[in-house]
Design a protein around this ligand. Structure first.
Ligand code: AR6
Length: 168
């Protein structure tokens, strides 16, 4: 698998699947979630609502992932995952790692060969950039996956620099 890091807006990527740093409601929000729904259009929210009415009545649990259409994005699917909110009081690293593993598992089920990831939890959810980047890079490197083109697409300069360090 090739792993690359890119600076910019993930909604501009042309890939099989774009991963969304969602919240458990699956009904949208700010940050990358807002950008994906805005750029992809209402078809994504429609499928999210259907998921809430069926498989995820209580919302998508933290650390899990689920796919929908990508609407008008230049992708086939959006894979929604819910990162943990950062807290110094408890180590939630395993949940953050799970977001990457589960997103790759879903990508594998879909047959996605190229996947773009944002820095899950590194925005509104407050995860320190270096730690978020290290967990992301270590987890995807360790994953058994069919995905052969994996891109981290990072809007924030500080987060991009953290991923550069984590890539080594
Ligand atoms: N392309 C790439 N990265 C982006 C983009 C973009 N268009 N927009 C923001 N980022 P966040 P979280 C970066 O807050 O921390 C939402 O309201 C951003 O700079 O989007 O997991 C959800 O609904 C940061 O580095 O996600 C949840 O309620 C990274 O994406 C909550 O925020 C993640 O920041 C999730 O918080």
């Amino acid at each position: 698998m090739g792993i690359t890091i890119l600076k910019g807006d993930i909604t501009r990527q042309s890939v099989d699947a774009i991963v969304n740093a969602a919240n458990s409601s699956l009904l949208g929000g700010g940050g990358v979630d807002g950008a994906i729904h805005r750029a992809g259009g209402p078809a994504i929210l429609e499928e999210c609502r259907a998921l809430r009415a069926s498989r995820y009545k209580d919302g998508l649990p933290t650390g899990q992932a689920v796919a929908t259409t990508a609407g008008r994005l230049d992708a086939l699917w959006v894979i929604h995952t819910v990162g943990p909110v950062y807290t110094g009081a408890e180590d939630r690293s395993a949940l953050l790692a799970s977001c990457y593993r589960e997103s790759l598992r879903v990508a594998g089920e879909l047959g996605a060969a190229s996947v773009a990831f944002p820095a899950v939890s590194a925005g509104v959810y407050g995860w320190p950039a270096d730690s978020a980047a290290q967990i992301a890079v270590d987890t995807v490197r360790a994953a058994a996956t069919e995905v052969d083109d994996l891109r981290f697409v990072l809007l924030n300069d500080e987060v991009y620099a953290a991923f550069e360090r984590a890539m080594g």
